[in-house]
Ligand binder design. Structure first.
Ligand SMILES: [Fe+2]
Length: 362
């Protein structure tokens, strides 16, 4: 606790008054330049009724350019009955404020210096920890992408003996989403959903999934359940939960005649409306064990024939603009280009290094 020094200030007026604030005895410093202002303040400017209510008071206030402390204490007789007040005015010297200001500046600079020094000492450790956390996050993302790719490709291979459909359809969907101006978050959801769109086929019996002939209505009904199985699988993971938009809606149709929920128009998530076009475009333009690949003209005739019924007309109009390049670049291609291009897409949307994970799914 700091001591009061003589240079901090001094009493310029002190007196004893009765309960009506009439002076009984008093002293004042005639050498103080503002003694008249102090006396005027004590005799005229104070709210005496308010001070009397307070009993004891101790107030700092300005008097011209001086700062004073107006203080007073009640006096009691031997029967503890109030008989008056001892009061005075203490003037704080300008040197006190100058010293306090310098002390505050010194304290602030000291604190800033300590903070700076601590930051300099701790920065390498914090930086190293941040790098490790960042590395661990990237590794975790790699692991997630591994699982996603392996799972999607495993199902695709079981279904059609090739996983290349998964790569091409994801590229088509992403190119269309970029053309439509979807956000990076939406495109990340689209990629996860596209790679896993048929993951629910794991739950379909081989006798139905691999049946070479047309499915009966009962078998078709069971086959359609792959959407529900897929939802059950991806909704069990927080990281994959946004893939449900595509997985759960990739067989819905714009006019409400699809499955499972018979959603229509804007009730179908936009990423699912995009994916539906990419999925059918690839299915029509690809060779399968049970059919030949359609040429570009025939593929587009089929797509346009379903405009407004199966497909969102506005999204299809945008796809029609980019379809020639996509067909030319990827249709019926079974070499490394679709895989390599998908690596680049994953790298762009999930961070550097993710490219390596896709190869594990080959
Ligand atoms: Fe499907």
């Amino acid at each position: 606790m700091s001591k009061v020094r003589p240079t901090d200030g001094h009493f310029v007026s002190a007196r004893i008054v009765d309960l009506g604030f009439h002076e009984v005895a008093g002293l004042s410093d005639p050498t103080y330049a503002r003694i008249k202002a102090v006396n005027d303040y004590m005799l005229k400017d104070r709210n005496l009724a308010e001070l009397r209510k307070q009993g004891a008071w101790n107030k700092m206030r300005r008097l011209g350019d001086a700062v004073i402390i107006d203080m007073g204490y009640p006096l009691r007789n031997s029967s503890d009955v109030p008989v008056g007040y001892m009061e005075g005015v203490y003037v704080i010297s300008p040197t006190f404020f100058s010293r306090a200001y310098k002390s505050a500046i010194f304290t602030a600079l000291t604190v800033a210096g300590i903070v700076l020094l601590t930051t300099i000492i701790l920065y390498p450790s914090i930086n190293s920890l941040l790098s490790r956390v960042s590395g661990l996050s990237t590794n975790l993302l790699h692991a997630n992408m591994d699982i996603l790719s392996v799972l999607g490709s495993a199902v695709a291979k079981r279904d059609s003996d090739t996983d290349i459909h998964n790569y091409r359809v994801t590229i088509y969907a992403v190119r269309l989403a970029e053309e439509l101006g979807l956000s990076e978050n939406e495109i990340r959801s689209l990629i996860k959903g596209a790679l896993l769109h048929d993951v629910g086929k794991i739950g379909i019996r081989d006798s139905i999934l691999l049946k070479p002939s047309r499915l009966t209505p009962e078998e078709l009904k069971e086959m359609n359940e792959h959407v529900r199985h897929g939802m059950d699988i991806v909704s069990g993971s927080v990281w994959l939960s946004d893939a449900t938009q595509v997985v759960g809606n990739h067989h819905e149709k714009f006019d409400g005649s699809g499955y499972l929920e018979k959603r229509s128009n804007g009730d179908i998530p936009k990423v699912a409306r995009i994916f539906a076009i990419a999925d059918v475009f690839d299915a029509l333009s690809s060779k399968r064990p049970y059919k030949d690949a359609m040429g570009y003209e025939e593929t587009m005739r089929n797509l346009i024939g379903s405009k407004g019924s199966h497909f969102d007309p506005d999204i299809l109009d945008v796809f029609i603009k980019i379809a020639p390049v996509l067909y030319e670049t990827y249709a019926n291609r079974d070499d490394d280009k679709p895989r390599d291009d998908l690596k680049q897409i994953n790298d762009r949307y999930f961070g550097p290094g993710v490219v390596g994970d896709i190869s594990l799914a080959r």
